[in-house]
Design a protein around this ligand. Structure first.
Ligand SMILES: *Cc1c(COP(=O)(O)O)cnc(C)c1O
Length: 396
């Protein structure tokens, strides 16, 4: 159907990854979404509504900033795609704005989401407030304790935060609760926060985030006369900001795509989230993909200093990009990310999110040419991470 060699096929697969491995009771809900999402996304009305909201609410297009001091440091030409300057301070809003429109077009009046660190919960609560829709966010009881500021944000925005008290009381348990709710309430819309989950979610979220690479192409054309950079670098938790930054370059094989995972305390430390590096094939969140698991196939608890990268799987598109070699996967430790955040703050006056700092740390691992054009997707701003940064500063 698509000329794009890395696009999802009609059955929801990227190579051997993807699909929709879901309980039979969920089938009708997922089918309804699959049958409607492309029709809606491709409609003139959606395009108009989505663009108006991106322009006037989210604050797009976001700038593409050439960072001179950082360029000098690495002996090349570095541009930052400034998702940190969006409303709510990260790329997640591109997706929630798009999905809430799809929900509205499908006549759904109640939104369900699950969240780990709370960032997707906040982005969902934001758009539900804007559209006046009921918002139920499932969150592990332990995560609720750990992420008090985001819980307060969601509540202030009018969302109901429901604790998941089974299992480890973290993200996986919240997902189970959200799925149970969706089965019981088929007229609700399940709003997923990354390029994960059963087909069509990975493709739908990728398309909604692809505004990032669409803008990069336009901005680079003006800046350099060429829409294509030599490198696009992005961090990967579930993989949505990377999918959006890569999307319009997937078939441009001369553009090198670099995905950066969080290795936590080190890839072999047992305290890591470097899924592609140490994981293998399995099933998580309704799709066949790469994930971290033990010998019995139990999903292992991930670890990263950055809450947004602390996920044991990766979207099926990324599993495919890794397997085909289309994208290079690097990993960055907590400490390397902290160092990169300090470097950006002190050389450019920009405090990045800890997640985005992982993408910046990858600059240390690549040898660039002086004529290269390098785009780093700055997925979010660092305000939410100040407590972590303060500990680092006190150690200086
Ligand atoms: C959530 C988050 C991420 C990780 O999610 P992806 O789906 O991999 O993009 C990265 N950066 C920021 C700022 C985030 O909030």
């Amino acid at each position: 159907m698509s000329k794009n060699k890395y696009a999802v096929n009609e059955r929801g697969y990227y190579g051997r990854f993807g699909g929709a491995y879901i309980p039979e009771l969920l089938r009708a809900n997922v089918d309804e979404l699959r049958e409607n999402y492309l029709k809606i996304i491709n409609s003139e009305q959606f395009k108009k509504d989505y663009k108006r909201l991106l322009d006037n609410y989210v604050g797009r297009p976001t700038p593409l900033t050439k960072v001179g001091n950082l360029s000098k440091r690495y002996g090349t030409n570095i541009y930052l795609k400034r998702e940190d300057l969006t409303h709510t301070g990260a790329h997640k809003i591109n997706n929630t704005i798009g999905q809430i429109l799809i929900a509205k077009y499908m006549g759904k009046n109640r939104i369900i989401a699950e969240t780990g660190a709370g960032q997707h919960g906040v982005a969902t609560a934001t758009v539900c407030a804007l559209f006046g829709l009921e918002c139920i966010v499932y969150m592990g009881a332990l995560d609720i304790e750990r992420q008090a500021p985001n819980v307060a944000r969601m509540k202030m925005l009018g969302a109901k935060v429901v604790p998941a008290i089974s299992g480890n009381q973290t993200l996986k348990d919240a997902t189970n609760e959200a799925i149970r709710d969706w089965i019981a309430n088929p007229n609700s819309f399940y709003l997923i926060g990354s390029v994960v989950g059963p087909h069509p979610y990975p493709d739908m979220v990728t398309r909604l985030q692809s505004i990032i690479s669409k803008e990069i192409r336009e901005q680079l054309t003006i800046e350099t006369g060429n829409p294509n950079p030599d490198y696009v670098i992005a961090c990967v938790g579930g993989g949505s900001n990377a999918a959006g930054a890569f999307y319009h370059y997937l078939d441009e094989e001369d553009v090198k795509l670099v995905a950066v995972e969080a290795s936590g305390l080190g890839v072999n430390s047992g305290e890591t989230a470097a899924t592609i590096t140490i994981g293998d094939v399995g099933f998580i969140h309704g799709s066949k993909t790469m994930l971290m698991q033990d010998e019995d196939g139990q999903i292992t608890e991930p670890y990263s200093i950055s809450a947004g990268l602390d996920y044991p799987g990766v979207g099926p598109l990324h599993a495919h990009l890794a397997e085909t070699g289309r994208a290079q996967f690097l990993s960055v430790t907590d400490q390397e990310a902290l160092d990169a955040a300090m470097i950006l703050a002190q050389s450019e006056g920009i405090i990045p999110a800890l997640e985005s700092a992982h993408a910046l740390a990858a600059l240390e691992q690549i040898r660039f040419d002086k004529d290269d054009v390098v785009v780093v997707n700055l997925s979010g701003r660092g305000d939410k991470d100040m407590e972590t940064y303060m500990k680092e500063i006190n150690n200086l």
